[in-house]
Each structure stands twice: as C-alpha cells, then as structure tokens.
Ligand binder design. Structure first.
Ligand code: GLC
Ligand code: MG
Length: 591
C-alpha cells in the first residue's frame, strides 16, 4: 500500500513538473495572477449624451440599458458613468443635490437597478462617478449649513473674510484663491453673513473634510452604492479635496502668481500650491480604498475598483497608488497623453510621455492610458484626423488598462458650438470672445449611432447640444457596415487585447527616429508589433536593428489611410511606412 502511494506521489510530482516545463494547462500557475480590472478595457459614458430613450433630447439610464449590447459587441469590460445623481445641472451633474438619488431626467432608482441587473447578465461591470469635493448649493446639507443646523454647521468651508478698508462695513474674501470656472473661489452668503469656498462653480460649495462628520457621511454614500451592486468608483477632482489649514483669524495663505496668463480672473493666473495636492488628500484616498476592500471581504464579492481623476506630478500620482503599508487607488488616471502631447506630436514626444508614466509608477502597479474625457478636446480635433487610429492603437497595445471616452472608438470630432448655444459653466462664465478656450461643450455632443437626423441619439427636434460635424459618416451604423472604419480598427484591437500577449506579455517601446514610434509585446514565441509614423513623410525603418531577429510577422491591423494588404508578410528590416501610417503586425499564431 505504502509502495503504491509512493509511486503515485512520484508520478504526481513528475506530472506537475512536465506540465510546468512543457506548458499545458497547469502552466496557468506561472502566469501572473491578474484581477479583472488589471487587463480591463474601460469606457466612459457621458449619460446626458449617450442615448435618449424618452424623446426629451437628453440621454438617460434606459437609453444606456437599451444599448448594453453595444459594449459586448465592441468588447468592453467595464463602463464608468459620469454623475447620474439628482442635480440642478449647473455643472451637468457634478453639482449633486442628493447623493442618494437618481436625477429625474436620467430616470429612477428602478431604472438604475434594472441597468445593473442587465449589465450583470451580460458580464459588464458598472462604475459610478463619486464627487466628494463639493455638493450642489441646492442640497439639503448646504441649506442646513447656511442655517447653522448643528449637524451641518461645519459641513462646508465658511469664513468671515476681512474688513474692506475701501468700503467700511464690507468684507473681502479670506484669500486670493481662484475658482476653476473663473473669478474668486469665495462667495459671500447674505443669510449666514460669511464667505463659503467653491473651487469650482458658485453652485458647488466645497465640503469640509476637516470635519469628521463629512468624512463619515461620504463613506456612507460609497457604501450605499456598493450595496446597489456597483463595481467601483471614479473619484472626481481629488486634487481639490483639502486646502491648506486656515490661520486662526480665518484667513488663508495667498497663492502666488503663475505667470501663465495676465487675466486675473483666470484659474491659471495662480499657482495652486494651497488648494491642490494637500497631504491629507492621500490619507483620504487610502481610507476609501480600505472601505472598498472591506466591502469586498465582508460580502465576498469581486474587487471593487477605485479610479482617480488626478492631474498631478508623478510623485503624487505614485503615492495615490499606495505605499509599502497602505493601498491607494487601483488606477490613478494617467493623463500624460492629454497633457504632454499636442497636434504637432512626434514619436519623441510619445516616448517621453510614455516614459514619464512607466518609469515613474511604483513597480507591480497597473499602468493605464487615457486619451480623452468629457473635459478635453477629442482626439481627432486635438491631434488631427490622421492620428485617430494611432492614438487608439497606442493605448490599447501599451501594457495595462486602456480607457475610451464615448465616441473615440468612432473618431468623433468636437462639436462646433456658438456662444449662444454654450451651456458649460466653464464657458458661460467667460465671454463671447474667449469662451472657446474654456467651454467643454464641444466634446460633450451626442453620441453618433447612425446617419439619420440627430444621429439616432434622440427623436426630439433639438437635442440638448447640437450634433458634431461629420456625424453622417462617423457613426456606429455606417462604421460597422463599412469595409474599413475607425470602429472596425477598434474592434480588431479589442480582439488583440484578449490575447495573453497583451495581457501578460513583456513590452519594449521606443522612438526609433523623431517620427516613428514602436511597441513590441512578447509572450513566449508570440509577438505583437506596433509601428507608427507620426510624420507627413514616407519613412524607411529597420526594426531588426532595434529589436534583434524577429519571427515572421503579418500585418494584422492598419490605420484608415494605409493601402497595405492585411494578412501579408513584410520585411521588417526594410519597412517602408507611408505618411501617417500606423501598422500592427503579429506572429502567425497568437496566444
Ligand atoms: C472634474 C470633472 C469636471 C467637473 C469638475 C467639478 O474635473 O471631470 O467635469 O466640472 O470635476 O466636479
Ligand atoms: Mg431622455
């Protein structure tokens, strides 16, 4: 008996080893054990502009639910929704009146529960926007704070201000701080006879995170939505959460001039050393991470993920990921491709922006790539039409998580919106000659479903924002039917993202000249090679010189302008790239 057992045992060890070396099923053990979010394709929905189901010209939750299959079709792992909560819409939902309820134009709590249920059925994860820095000035909390209700009295940042020497009896704000939407960040309240702080619009009073009641209340909000079954949060405007501590007399340090603009009303007039990136913010992020991790453990769920909207130095961004003893956000957003690149971008710039992220994040953390959102110019408008596919290819082939803002898969362009049509407070608070510099309306125009009037977004004559140019060709219906389109390229990229080569493969990237950027992903003998020409001139490149001997590679995906043959084999030692050509090669078989 003992002998049989011994033989069995030796055989078992042998079997495990052989499989480990030869690599069949058991080799799973040697693959990095990645969680769902680490190889995810994220997609941002701007609910107001995605799909209108009830003909009021405004997108809504049932519209999203009706279109869930679209995400399956294009291969999305998780969608994050810009705010859907009750709001007077001064900042289109980023001014929340009730953190626990759905905005009436978007639907009801029942509609939301239905959306979650349907999403779960098809395996799509739903992430909500969490806006911790401020509420709406119409929220009950703020009203009670004005009335000095003891529970709410210190919910916001209230100060007396200082006597105005020019106007006896009048007060001046406690500091020179500017609002992100122009003008002073302090607003006088007649009833309470004090100023309140608003780092964004006047209608968005900043919550006071030095008050433990506020901290507790916002944690309650997070738990409420976790109980509804959401898969995580995108956390808004995290930089602004804390301000420098006040002086005992209720004033604050003035911020120095930045030298960036002469316009004293402009947010960029000052360097925001006292209103952004305060050390307390990092601790708050760690506390929220603890909360979502606790939730996961207690309820035995999949990981609830935290995405952070953070425009910061690599040093602070790294801290947001966590440190040796505390976990932070799973994914502090990487906006390098938005801020470090412009329409003249070349390969060297892409390399610098990539280095700036990959060489700075702590090891073992998951990288991520964002190229657009509801606050910034669209890719086609910002970098030029001919680079739309380049950018989608980059963010989907570089290692880590890739984030798509709705419509970027179609190559949607910014809308053209007159001063009269402008509704974004960042634009409206300026004037008719400079509003285009500030308004975010152009990137928020309705999603383009088809080539009918209003692009199939709404049946209403006039949607809340007009359609963007070229919607008749840049829409889901036409692009799915076309032989070649941005959407088809996006879908092919998504197929690649399912491979182990993208999920677990090694990576190398480089600017092999000023104009040509390359990325090589390798997993065992499998390879994916991206080659992008950012110039308007033909280029000849030698990839063997850069990467050493390469196996036979076939053209798998090409940008819209390319005339090369898909499937064909190319000599990568002497590869001729046409102007603005972007090509993805792979080994014949691919895992
Ligand atoms: C974030 C949002 C932006 C909003 C601001 C205030 O930056 O992305 O749209 O206006 O926060 O909540
Ligand atoms: Mg509607």
């Amino acid at each position: 008996m003992e002998r049989i057992f011994k033989i069995f045992f030796v055989a078992l060890i042998f079997f495990i080893n052989v499989n480990y070396i030869v690599g069949c099923e058991i080799k799973k053990n040697i693959e990095p054990n990645k969680e769902w979010w680490q190889t995810a394709q994220l997609y941002q929905i701007y609910p107001r502009s995605f799909k209108d189901s009830d003909g009021d010209g405004i997108g809504d939750l049932n519209g999203i639910t009706d279109k869930l299959d679209y995400f399956k079709e294009i291969g999305i792992t998780a969608v994050w929704l810009s705010p859907i909560f009750q709001s007077p819409m001064a900042d289109f939902g980023y001014d929340i009146k009730d953190f626990y309820d759905i905005h009436y134009e978007y639907g009801t709590m029942k509609d939301f529960e239905n959306l979650i249920k349907k999403a779960k059925q098809i395996g799509l994860k739903i992430i909500l926007d969490f806006v911790p820095n401020h509420s709406s000035n119409e929220s009950e909390w703020f009203k009670k704070s004005i009335d000095r209700d003891p529970e709410y009295e210190d919910f916001y940042v209230w100060e007396d201000g200082v006597d105005d020497p020019q106007n006896p009896g009048k007060k001046l704000p406690p500091s020179n701080w500017r609002s992100s939407f122009r003008g002073s960040a302090w607003q006088w309240n007649e009833k309470r006879q004090q100023f309140y702080l608003h780092q964004f619009g006047v209608q968005q009073p900043d919550l006071n995170y030095r008050n433990p009641r506020v901290v507790e209340r916002m944690k309650h909000v997070l738990r409420f939505w976790l109980n509804k079954g959401v898969d995580g949060f995108r956390i808004d405007a995290i930089l602004n959460l804390f301000e420098v501590p006040r002086f005992p007399n209720g004033t604050y340090s003035n911020e120095p001039k930045s030298g960036l603009t002469d316009d004293p009303e402009d947010f960029d007039y000052l360097e925001h050393i006292y209103t952004q990136n305060q050390p307390e913010t990092i601790d708050m992020v760690y506390q929220w991470r603890q909360l979502v991790d606790d939730y996961k453990r207690v309820h035995n769920t999949e990981t609830k993920v935290m995405l952070l909207e953070i425009y910061s130095s690599p040093e602070i961004t790294s801290k947001m990921y966590g440190n040796m003893s505390m976990e932070g956000a799973h994914l502090p957003f990487n906006f390098n491709f938005i801020f470090q690149l412009n329409s003249n971008l070349n390969a060297k710039d892409v390399k610098a922006a990539t280095d700036n992220w990959l060489l700075n994040i702590p090891s073992k953390r998951t990288a991520n790539w964002v190229i657009g959102n509801h606050d910034r110019r669209r890719i086609g408008t910002r970098y030029g039409l001919e680079k739309i596919d380049h950018m989608n290819m980059l963010v989907m082939i570089l290692p880590g998580v890739s984030v798509t803002y709705q419509g970027e898969e179609l190559g949607m362009l910014d809308g053209i919106i007159s001063w009269e049509e402008t509704v974004d407070p960042a634009g409206c608070n300026s004037n008719s000659s400079i509003y285009e510099k500030f308004s975010r309306d152009p990137c928020r125009t309705p999603f383009q479903w088809d080539d009918t009037k209003n692009a199939g977004f709404t049946t209403k004559e006039k949607p809340w924002l007009p359609m963007a140019p070229k919607y008749e060709e840049l829409n889901v219906k036409m692009e799915l039917a076309a032989k070649e389109s941005h959407l088809k390229i996006y879908k092919s990229l998504m197929e690649l993202r399912k491979t182990k080569t993208i999920k677990f493969g090694d990576y190398k990237y480089d600017a092999i000249s000023d104009d040509v950027f390359v990325v090589l992903r390798t997993y065992k003998d499998f390879k994916i090679l991206l080659v992008e020409n950012f110039s308007n001139k033909e280029q000849e490149v030698d990839l063997v010189k850069r990467f050493g001997a390469l196996p036979e590679l076939n053209l798998k995906i090409k940008n819209l302008g390319s005339n090369k043959d898909l499937g064909a084999n190319f000599n990568v030692e002497k590869l001729i790239l046409n102007k603005f050509e972007a090509l993805v090669f792979t080994t014949k078989s691919l895992e």
